[in-house]
Design a protein around this ligand. Structure first.
Ligand code: FES
Ligand code: MG
Length: 569
């Protein structure tokens, strides 16, 4: 087998000399004849959920060396979900593009992808799909469960609960601040079933992680053991020429959609899976999520939908135990990085704690997947997660209260004079990929204070943005086309009646078509859309696609493969 890296290192010509000599620095000459394995590392002090990945990389490195490969750590663009503005999603495609280009530009034969925090695994998988070199993910794993005043704390979800306790006077400001280090107890990513946990598990369901590894807590020594084993596997994958295009197929995406529903995973996974499929040229549509996933039961009792946290999930049997319960819904032909079918891993995957992972006979929610809505408000689709919604609102009509930006929303929502009641529908626009830019997690708008005081706990909300995987409510999100891309969401006026009918898969504004066609967006609406002058934001706004196809850039769809470019000297 001729290695790709031999195009840099083989022979005794001047250029091979240059490529080898600068890499020597104590490395023996035969290191260049071996498979060169990049370790794409998203560790960063500014991505604290991934900061421990350098230790994980050291274990991968040992595995690669042991199997006769040469490990090469490649730091890649990293995104800290809670820190990066205006939203980490704006930079997902940039991280994916930079990783793709650096893998292709360098003398590497395969890659181990180290991610964790929300956007990191999606960006790494998009990159790997487009380069199509042998690739395998080691998810960094969730934090351990923290407890505060004797009660477990879930990342994200419990921030809201505690801050409400402060407002209610049952928790002091000082105790609230002290709870910070109890919530973030250890290394690792959020321990709820938010986007990070969801994407790690979905990556395993896709076949890109060694089965059984995703969900291993970050401080658990079994994670390092898995990283070591994955390093060995990466070398084997090169010998077997096991590229993403050979094992990531439509069948893999079917399994990912089933898994997403059964774990009660984040709506963000819809956008990420569509983007990954787009890189592979696999025809996956929004409707596939509804068709394949909407009737799948939720089996996992984790926050935000349920009670437990990722440490409990791992102890209870993890993803394989969940998948064994829904085995009949999986596509048995889908392969994994091991070269074997995913379903082969399910024979010995018992549920150890049926309170955390329910059996098929006793699901947490009977039908848990995502419903895809269409109508004159969302001609090309919108998403709602019925399991996270209030049953009484799944069919609802109400007067719209419209906001042109999240700042407009914050400025007016608690105004006692705002004309809003429990039946109103809160509409927020300008939050799509182009409009914000980057499609932030603002769709689950907080309810008006005066209605909260009346005991209202949920309202229908409609938005062209996303929502955090740790949030829930009757939220119609990912509305496409977004307002800033000419979508009818830009034409809704306060007082229009909006009707939602999830069973009929409809979201409409009750305005006659001809009247809607005559309307133009308000100047204030248009003024709120982003219009960046330069840099990535300009490139992004000019080229980003809508959420219904994954919000990738138009020129990044598909694959450029791993062909070696022209000489540099
Ligand atoms: Fe990093 Fe939640 S903030 S995973
Ligand atoms: Mg998030």
């Amino acid at each position: 087998m001729t290695l790709r890296s031999a195009q840099w290192y083989a022979g005794d010509a001047r250029n091979a000399y240059i490529h080898r000599a600068w890499m020597r620095r104590g490395v023996p000459g035969d290191a260049f004849d071996r498979p060169q394995i990049a370790i794409a590392n998203t560790a960063s002090d500014l991505t604290p959920c991934n900061a421990h990945l350098t230790e994980v990389a050291a274990s991968v490195r040992n595995g690669v060396l042991e199997a006769g490969g040469t490990p090469l750590e490649l730091p890649v663009v990293s995104l800290g979900e809670t820190q990066v503005r205006p939203t980490a999603m704006l930079w997902r495609n940039m991280a994916a593009m930079a990783t793709e280009e650096m893998l292709r530009a360098n003398p590497v034969d395969g890659v181990v992808l180290l991610g964790g925090c929300d956007k990191t695994i999606p960006s790494l998988l998009m990159a790997a799909a487009s380069v199509d070199l042998p690739a395998v993910v080691v998810p960094g794993g969730p934090m351990l469960t923290g407890t505060f005043r004797g009660v477990p704390l879930g990342c994200g979800t419990d921030v809201w609960r505690l801050s409400e306790e402060v407002r209610a006077g049952t928790l002091s400001e000082e105790a609230f601040t002290r709870s910070e280090s109890s919530m973030i107890r250890s290394r690792g990513h959020c321990n709820t079933m938010g986007t990070a946990s969801t994407m790690a598990l979905v990556a395993e369901a896709l076949g890109t992680v060694v089965p059984g590894v995703a969900g291993t807590p970050a401080p658990d020594s079994r994670l390092l053991e898995a990283a070591h084993g994955t390093g060995r596997l990466a070398v084997e994958m090169i010998t077997a020429d096991r590229r993403p295009s050979t094992f990531l197929t439509r069948a893999s995406f079917t399994n990912a959609i089933v898994a997403l529903a059964a774990i009660g995973g984040s709506t963000n996974a819809v956008v990420h899976l569509l983007a990954i499929a787009g890189r592979l040229g696999i025809e996956l549509t929004l409707d596939d999520f509804d068709r394949i996933g909407s009737s799948v039961p939720v089996l996992v009792d984790l926050q935000p939908a349920g009670r437990f946290l990722m440490e409990d999930f791992h102890r209870a049997g993890g993803l394989l135990a969940v998948l064994r319960e829904v085995r009949d819904l999986l596509d048995p032909t889908a392969l994994t990085v091991t070269g074997k079918p995913l379903v082969d891993s399910l024979d010995d995957a018992p549920i150890w704690d049926p309170e955390v992972i329910r059996t098929r006979a006793e699901p947490l929610v009977a039908a848990g997947g995502i419903a895809v809505l269409r109508g004159n408000l969302a001609p090309t689709g919108a998403v709602v997660k019925p399991a996270a919604a209030s049953p009484h609102l799944l069919r609802h009509r109400g007067r719209a209260v419209v906001f042109d930006s999240i700042e407009d929303f914050h400025a007016r929502i608690d105004d006692p004079d705002l004309d809003v009641d429990a039946d109103s529908v809160l509409v927020l626009r300008g939050c799509g990929p182009r409009g914000y830019p980057g499609m932030p997690e603002v769709s689950n708008m907080p309810l008006p204070k005066k209605l909260l005081e009346q005991g209202v706990r949920d309202m229908v909300r409609v938005c062209d943005g996303r929502m955090s995987g740790t949030a829930y409510g009757t939220v119609v999100l990912h509305v496409t086309p977004e307002a800033a891309a000419g979508g009818p969401l830009a034409l809704v006026r306060t007082g229009d009646v909006v009707s939602l009918d999830v069973a009929a898969r409809r979201i409409d504004v009750e305005v006659p078509d001809d009247e809607l066609a005559r309307r133009a967006p308000d100047p204030a609406t248009v003024a709120a859309f982003a219009d960046p002058r330069r840099g990535w934001e300009r490139l992004y706004v000019d080229h980003v696609l809508q959420a219904d196809t994954g919000a990738d850039l138009d020129f990044l769809l598909g694959s450029s493969g791993s062909a070696v470019s022209r000489e540099s000297h």
